[in-house]
Design a protein around this ligand. Structure first.
Ligand code: RIB
Length: 302
């Protein structure tokens, strides 16, 4: 039976411009038309899991403005319970300024807005009690992340952290985490190893930090799954022409949460998540690029 997924995290309006190449510091370039989409790492995780059929609740905060309405509609449209998304009168909805280049890579600057007002009191006990897994990112205040992880651990949930946007203090959160999801750059920063470190070196580095279970995503090279002392497993990528990688990591995280809540092993969950991340990278936008189960099945049959 499928367990409930709780996500505590951010919601952002993504203001996106396509550009042939990123501007250098001090340079101005002309891009394409501006588009406004639904994003934010927490909301993206929740939508990815919800659109694939998961039972999901999102705890977060938006402003009482048009971007907040857009986000609540997008998240609710994926079947996610938004009754725990607070609407603040005194803060604007979080905003992400995103550029996407011709290779589908991006740069992102986030103005947190209402995300920065989220407090431990915004997470009701009832949301924790009914869930099997908790998804966390670092786009909300650290005391919220710590409190949610502590309460989730006390209630027996599996706590999954994607420490993004990365900051070194993330190391202090690791004792509260059951599964760590990082990209290769975040792994390198956490462990002080090369981005292409061998799987065994990653496993040993995480073990030294007290992390027994981790997934390291490697873009076009798939991911490495570390589960205890066993040999790490390299999962190959699903080949795709990347259009826009914005939110692809969040789609991976949402899929991982979904399958962990279903009781899958970390390896099986990661194998599923690789396909979901590839689907997201093959389409524009964050939440707009996430598949339903049927769309994912058709994509993987190509
Ligand atoms: O991970 C992608 C997300 O990062 C975007 O949707 C943006 O809102 C930022 O939070």
């Amino acid at each position: 039976m499928s367990g409930r997924i709780l996500v505590v995290g951010s919601l952002n309006a993504d203001l996106v411009v396509q550009t042939a190449a990123f501007p250098r510091p001090g340079e101005t370039v002309t891009g394409g038309d501006l588009s406004t989409g639904a994003g934010g790492k927490g909301a993206n995780q929740a939508v990815a899991a919800g659109r694939l059929g998961g039972a999901v609740s999102l705890v977060g905060a938006v402003g009482a403005d048009a971007h907040g309405e857009l986000l609540r509609a997008s998240v609710a449209g994926a079947g996610v319970d938004v009754s725990t998304v607070a609407v603040r009168d005194d803060a604007a909805t979080g905003t992400a300024l995103i550029t996407v280049d011709a290779h589908g890579e991006n740069t992102i600057v986030v103005s947190p807005g209402a995300n920065g007002t989220l407090a431990p009191a915004d997470l009701p006990d009832s949301a924790v009690a009914g869930a099997a897994v908790l998804g966390l990112c670092l786009e909300v205040p650290e005391d919220v992340v710590v409190d949610a992880a502590q309460r989730a651990r006390a209630s027996g949930l599996t706590v999954v952290l994607n420490p993004s946007p990365f900051r070194a203090e993330a190391r202090g959160l690791l004792p509260l985490v059951d599964v760590l999801l990082v990209n290769e750059g975040e792994a390198a920063a956490l462990l002080g190893v090369a981005e292409d470190a061998a799987p065994g070196e990653l496993r040993d580095g995480f073990a030294a930090l007290g992390v027994a279970r981790a997934v390291v995503t490697r873009g076009a090279d798939g991911c490495v799954v570390i589960d205890g002392a066993a040999a790490p497993v390299a999962v190959p990528a699903v080949r795709v022409d990347a259009v826009d990688t914005t939110g692809a990591g969040d789609a991976f995280m949402g899929a991982l949460l979904l399958r962990l809540a279903d009781g899958d092993s970390l390896l099986d969950a990661a194998r599923f998540a690789v396909g979901v991340g590839a689907f997201a990278a093959s389409r524009a936008g964050a939440q707009a690029s996430y598949p339903t189960s049927d769309a994912l099945a058709a994509f993987l049959r190509r």
